[in-house]
Design a binder for this molecule. Structure first.
Ligand code: NAP
Length: 251
């Protein structure tokens, strides 16, 4: 039912985790996909091989999207490679693993998290907004932390809260061009980002903290992202779609 043939997509952070799962599902639905990443060439190339095996056009592009030049390069190169851009998934991000209280948080940690999670979304989405076609879709990945905060990760919570309000602002700005802008808000997702924290906490404890009793897989997040990229979601904009097994409801 979801058919993305003829649609051209860019996924940042597509070399692994949620981004890679999203790139695969977009390709399965027929979209051509550029996979953005920072440094893991082998991982990105392996995702691209899988996408090509599905019969779509695919390429990997290395660019640090936390810099304006990197973001501009990624978006303009995507347009050159695919001939245009219809779907953008702003997914790259970082989560500093260690618990740090606000009083102990270094300036460098704060500015690095804001640069990686907020500046990157600003630079890439600004470049995308200049070129995305009418009928285009933008999906930005936020978090439960952006809604209810995250103690000992105040930098991360603030960065994802910014992504949420950015989403709502742009939904109104781009509505007149028939471009929708939405956010998907995961909770715990079983990716490399949280592997160390999960090993420390214990998987059973993490599972038990989620109302539906299990941590999400990357594919659990990719499905709702692809739905928001599809024509089924054409009347949804400015929405924060919680995909976290209900954990946003629990302290
Ligand atoms: N995992 C969770 O529990 C969870 C929960 C809520 C929200 N999220 C959010 O979901 C998104 C994806 O998370 P994930 O768990 O899939 O992450 P991940 O497995 O750590 O993968 C991160 C991806 O982002 C890329 N990346 C990071 N910084 C970049 C930069 N400056 N420029 C370009 N690419 C960059 C990485 O590229 P390389 O491979 O080249 O390093 C990689 O592809 C993030 O925004 C995260 O905050 C995750």
């Amino acid at each position: 039912m979801i058919d993305l043939h003829g649609r051209r997509a860019l996924v940042t952070g597509g070399s692994r985790g949620i981004g890679a799962a999203t790139a695969r599902l977009l390709a399965r639905a027929g979209a051509d996909v550029v996979v953005g990443y920072r440094s893991r060439v082998a991982d990105a190339d392996s995702v691209v091989r899988e996408l090509r095996d599905m019969g779509v056009k695919a390429a990997a592009l290395a660019a640090d999207v936390s810099t304006p030049d990197g973001a501009e390069f990624l978006v303009s190169s995507t347009v050159n490679l695919l001939g245009g851009l219809d779907l953008f998934v702003g997914n790259s991000g970082v989560w500093p693993v260690k618990d740090v209280s606000l009083t102990e948080m270094a300036d460098a940690q704060w500015s690095s998290t804001i640069r990686e999670n907020v500046d990157s979304i600003f630079y890439t989405t600004r470049a995308v907004a200049r070129v995305i076609t009418s009928g285009g879709r933008i999906v930005l990945i936020s978090s439960t932390a952006g809604q209810r905060g995250e103690a000992y990760h105040a930098d991360y919570g603030a960065s994802k809260g910014a992504v949420i309000s950015f989403t709502k602002s742009l939904a109104v700005e781009l509505g007149a061009r028939d471009v929708t802008v939405n956010s998907v808000a995961p909770g715990w997702v079983d990716t490399e980002m949280v592997a160390e924290a999960m090993a420390h906490a214990g998987r059973a404890k993490v599972d038990a903290s989620i109302p539906i009793g299990r941590i999400a897989s990357a594919e659990d997040i990719a499905g709702p992202v692809v739905f928001l990229c599809s024509s089924l979601a054409r009347h949804i904009t400015g929405e924060i779609l919680n995909v976290n097994g209900g954990s946003v409801l629990c302290g």
